[in-house]
Design a protein around this ligand. Structure first.
Ligand code: TXA
Ligand code: MG
Length: 306
């Protein structure tokens, strides 16, 4: 039987976790005001405690219950992309326990753009911190089947089917009149520049203490090998993920062609999951061009290959 909204609300009030769909990836949520509930997320995911969580809210009015302030530029960015796949790093309110933020004095906040997420967040009426609902290091779940694979029997799971975007939110931090991208995502630097007139600085996780980007990520059981241009020779039991139609596929028994970078990003984690089910040992992945949404997809592919 599918889990209901009421069972999800009951779980949160009982300090348990809930897997819920967002437009990006499924999240593993808990009450962000209760450190005991938050600990459960780290246990279920086997997540390093220094890796901070994003707090999900259903309305911009709730932002000052989580963060101490919102500058005019931060407000402009948040309003331009919310609800949507953008997480904004803000100064943390003391009511948010320190295990939510890995001990940092800032907190990531986002309003997911998914009807089930919004219904759940407004019904429960609490800020919900949620990382992706995978076991740490593994590909993020983008289908109900993947969410069940990771969390069946461990958390209530709300079924949102296959998600629209399939790659995580862009994590953004503002300092004065500068905008920094701590993790690339669906929202590109070009989209932010268009709304604000300021071109964000990319790949700034190191300088800005985004601990999550340090850990192993997005890895299926198979070894990932990335390539650009020349297609690698197929090895035993290998698969190919590619964008270039002119590739000669004769050597590959399993190949996945994507018409656009958007489609490739959307299908990436589920394709990794399928390859694991097929017991593929090596997945050769074509890197997309390093602009627009190619930036986030390259980031995920390069991390998966490390
Ligand atoms: O699309 C998403 O963002 C998904 C859905 C569920 O909302 N969530 C997600 O969470 O991807 P997670 O935990 O897998 O990734 C959170 C990222 C990490 O890179 C972490 O370092 C960064 O956000 N982050 C969170 N709070 C931060 C903070 N206070 N300062 C710097 N980086 C932070
Ligand atoms: Mg994650």
């Amino acid at each position: 039987m599918k889990n209901s909204l009421q069972s999800a609300i009951d779980a949160i009030l009982n300090k348990e976790c809930v897997v819920f769909p967002t437009e990006t990836v499924y999240g593993l949520g808990a009450n962000a005001l209760c450190s005991q509930s938050v600990n459960r997320i780290f246990e279920l995911k086997n997540r390093p405690p220094s890796n901070p969580l994003i707090v999900h809210i259903s309305h911009i009015d709730q932002i000052l219950s989580v963060a101490t302030s919102l500058s005019p530029l931060e407000q402009k960015i948040f309003e331009a992309f919310s609800p949507g796949p953008l997480s904004l790093i803000l100064p943390k309110k003391k009511e948010i326990p320190s295990n939510v933020t890995g001990g940092l004095d800032t907190v990531g906040v986002r309003i997911p753009n998914h009807p089930i997420a919004l219904e759940f967040l407004s019904a429960v009426n609490l800020p919900i911190c949620a990382p992706s609902a995978n076991i740490s290091g593994k590909p993020s779940p983008t289908t109900y089947e993947m969410a069940q694979f990771y969390m069946e029997g461990k958390a209530v799971i709300l079924d949102g089917g296959t998600l629209d975007i399939g790659i995580e939110s862009t994590v953004v931090k503002v300092e004065g009149d500068k905008i920094y991208i701590l993790r690339s995502g669906y929202i590109t630097t070009e989209m932010i520049a268009e709304k604000t007139g300021i071109l964000p600085c990319e790949n700034t996780a190191q300088e800005h203490h985004s601990p999550g980007t340090r850990f192993a990520h997005y890895k299926p059981k198979a070894t990932i090998i990335t390539f650009e241009g020349q297609i690698p020779k197929a090895s035993k039991n290998s698969a190919l993920l590619f964008l270039n139609k002119d590739i000669d596929l004769s050597e590959y028994s399993h190949s996945f062609y994507f018409d656009t970078v958007r489609d490739y990003a959307h299908a990436l984690y589920y394709t990794f999951f399928q390859c694991d089910k097929l017991n593929i040992s090596t997945i050769y992945c074509e890197l997309p061009p390093n602009h627009g949404q190619g930036v986030a997809l390259r980031d995920r592919l390069i991390k998966a290959a490390q």
